[in-house]
Design a protein around this ligand. Structure first.
Ligand SMILES: [Zn+2]
Ligand SMILES: [Zn+2]
Length: 272
C-alpha cells in the first residue's frame, strides 16, 4: 500500500494515509463541526481537477494564493518575497503546478509556517517542490500530518532578518503570528477576525474567538496572552488567515483586547 495525501472538503485539512480516512480530526475538534452528510476526501489529482489556483500581489512583495471555488473554510496562503529568501506563511487548500511555477519565478520558498492547524493547507506541496523547511510551534506539532518540521520553536523564532514568528496561543495552543517589520504588517492567523467594507480590505469591526463556527469566545487569560504579544509589536496593517485589514494597527487591536478584558467573554465584533 502506498502512502498518499487526502484533503477533507469540509475543512481543508490534509492527511497522509494509505486509503481515504474515515474521519477528520480537525472537523471533530471543538473548534469545528463535522459535515452534515458524511465526509468526502479528495486526492491531489481529484482536487486539481476541481479547483483552480489564483494568486495576486496584494502589497509589494506579499502574494496571496487562494483556490476557486473555495474548499472547506478557505484559508489564504501568503508568500512573502524577501532578498534573503521567501517565506510561505499559511497554506492555501491547493497549489496547482502553475501556482508552483509562479512561486518558482518569485525565487521559490525557503520556509513554510502555518499560524495554526486550520491554516496548514497544502503547504506540503511547497516543501515537495522547493525543499522548504517547516516551522511549527511545539504545542501544535500534534496536528501536523503532512508537513516536515525541521524548525520547531518555543516563544519566538526569527526566520529571516525582519521576519519573526511569535507564539500567541489562544485559538490553538500553538498559534503563532508572523511579524514583517519592514512592511509594518502582522500576519495574525486566527488571533483576530476582521469585518470588511465592500472594498475587501478596509475593516469596520474586529473580534476574537476560540471557535468561530461554534461561537466560543476566548477566556480572559487567553485575551491577556494575545495582548502581551500584540503590544510588543509595531504594525499598521494585518493579514488574518482569511482576509487583509489594511487599517488595523496595534492601537486598534489593543483597544479591542482592552475592551474584551473588561467585559464578559464575547465574540461580538467591536466597531472600529
Ligand atoms: Zn475536516
Ligand atoms: Zn482557525
Amino acid at each position: 500500500m502506498a502512502l498518499s495525501y487526502f484533503v477533507c472538503t469540509n475543512c481543508g485539512y490534509w492527511q497522509q494515509r494509505y486509503a481515504a480516512p474515515e474521519s477528520c480530526l480537525v472537523c471533530l475538534d471543538v473548534r469545528h463541526v463535522p459535515p452534515e452528510n458524511g465526509w468526502e476526501f479528495l486526492t491531489p489529482g481529484e482536487i486539481d481537477g476541481r479547483v483552480e489556483s489564483r494568486w495576486e500581489e496584494v502589497e509589494e512583495g506579499i502574494w496571496r494564493f487562494t483556490v476557486e471555488p473555495t474548499l472547506g473554510i478557505g484559508p489564504v496562503g501568503y508568500v512573502i518575497v524577501r532578498p534573503e529568501g521567501n517565506v510561505a506563511f499559511e497554506g492555501a487548500d491547493w497549489y496547482s503546478d502553475a501556482a508552483l511555477d509562479h512561486i518558482e519565478s518569485l525565487g521559490g520558498v525557503r520556509y513554510v509556517a502555518p499560524s495554526h492547524p486550520h491554516a496548514q493547507g497544502a503547504l506540503w506541496r511547497l516543501q515537495e517542490r522547493f525543499g522548504a523547511e517547516g516551522a511549527v510551534q511545539r504545542e501544535d506539532l500534534v496536528w501536523v500530518s503532512t508537513l516536515s518540521v525541521g524548525l520547531p520553536f518555543d516563544d519566538r523564532q526569527e526566520l529571516l532578518p525582519g521576519l519573526t514568528l511569535h507564539h500567541v496561543g489562544g485559538h490553538f495552543d500553538g498559534q503563532s503570528m508572523l511579524h514583517h517589520e519592514a512592511a509594518g504588517q502582522l500576519f495574525v492567523g486566527d488571533a483576530l477576525k476582521v469585518e470588511l467594507e465592500e472594498d475587501g480590505k478596509t475593516a469596520y469591526a474586529l473580534s476574537c474567538h476560540k471557535a468561530f463556527v461554534r461561537r466560543i469566545p476566548l477566556t480572559h487569560a487567553e485575551v491577556a496572552g494575545y495582548r502581551k504579544v500584540y503590544e510588543a509589536l509595531d504594525f499598521d496593517g494585518v493579514f488574518t488567515t482569511f482576509e487583509q485589514g489594511k487599517n488595523v494597527g496595534r492601537a486598534e487591536v489593543l483597544k479591542l483586547l482592552d475592551y474584551l478584558l473588561q467585559t464578559k467573554p464575547t465574540m461580538e465584533p467591536m466597531p472600529l
